[in-house]
Design a protein around this ligand. Structure first.
Ligand code: AP5
Length: 220
């Protein structure tokens, strides 16, 4: 399976990606996670990316395309992959087409998770992330057994800086302007699967599995 996950910030891409990657035994490649890791390690790329991320803006295409091209060239992507948060602009989508052509690895599906604006704000501002293992929770919809502690590893939970309401709204505006047009891009290629992201985490995953079953392993 060679898949991409589309959808606005807070739609549940990361939440679903963990389960999809496990179900189909493919690497989960999240450009957001790659940047957050680089920020934590204070690499040159991390320092550059942080300036954009803190403002809710997109990191420039040339930086993102370079790291994704390098990652897709690694051996663990030979049997498939799940891209989460890439592509986000038309230039990134065209670059991905080129990379996949060169690797002779056509895309199977672009899964687009749809959620209304009000719910997205609630999901983003209530999200909490584990400092240690990166597991994601929500103060209302998916809380931990012990307040402030990760269920998986016991690590402390924190709120992402870009989940504060002002930056979350900016990210949604950037999504509407720069990423939304990609839905048509993949629809025209016959790759799009729209998923209603309003239901429970489990029901969204069931819809995704159903959409992927109808894909089989067809490469068209
Ligand atoms: P990134 O980390 O990719 O952020 P995003 O796309 O904005 O997505 P999120 O991680 O915010 O949301 P999600 O859809 O994964 O939702 P989640 O599953 O956590 O990018 C961050 C930044 O990096 C960007 O702003 C940009 O600066 C930069 N960047 C990254 N990629 C880039 C690129 N390609 N080009 C340029 N710049 C790039 O769920 C959200 C919450 O809702 C959680 O609390 C979860 O528990 C809860 N939840 C999930 N599903 C449900 C459900 N069904 N019901 C109720 N609650 C739910």
């Amino acid at each position: 399976m060679r898949l991409i996950l589309l959808g606005p910030p807070g739609a549940g891409k990361g939440t679903q990606a963990t389960q999809i990657a496990q179900q189909y035994n493919i690497p989960h490649i999240s450009t957001g996670d790659m940047f957050r890791q680089a920020v934590k390690q204070q690499t040159e790329m991390g320092v550059k990316a942080k300036g954009y991320m803190d403002l809710g803006k997109l990191v420039p295409d040339e930086i993102v395309i370079g790291i994704v091209a390098e990652r897709l060239g690694k051996g663990d992507c030979d049997q498939g992959f799940l891209l989460d948060g890439f592509p986000r602009t038309k230039a990134q989508a065209e670059a991905l087409d080129k990379i996949l052509d060169e690797l002779k690895s056509p895309l199977n599906r672009a899964i687009n998770i749809e959620v209304c604006h009000e719910d997205l704000i609630d999901r983003l501002t209530g999200r909490r992330v584990c400092k240690e293992c990166g597991s994601t929770y929500h103060v209302l919809f998916n809380n931990t057994a012990q307040a402030g502690k990760c269920d998986s590893c016991g690590g402390e939970l924190f709120q992402r800086d870009d989940d504060k309401e002002h930056t979350a709204k900016e990210r949604l505006a950037v999504y509407n302007e720069q990423t939304l047009p990609l839905i048509n891009y993949y629809e025209e290629k016959g790759k799009l699967a729209n998923i209603d992201g309003a239901g429970s985490i489990k029901s969204v995953f069931e819809q995704i599995k159903k959409a992927l079953r109808s894909t089989g392993n067809d490469n068209n």
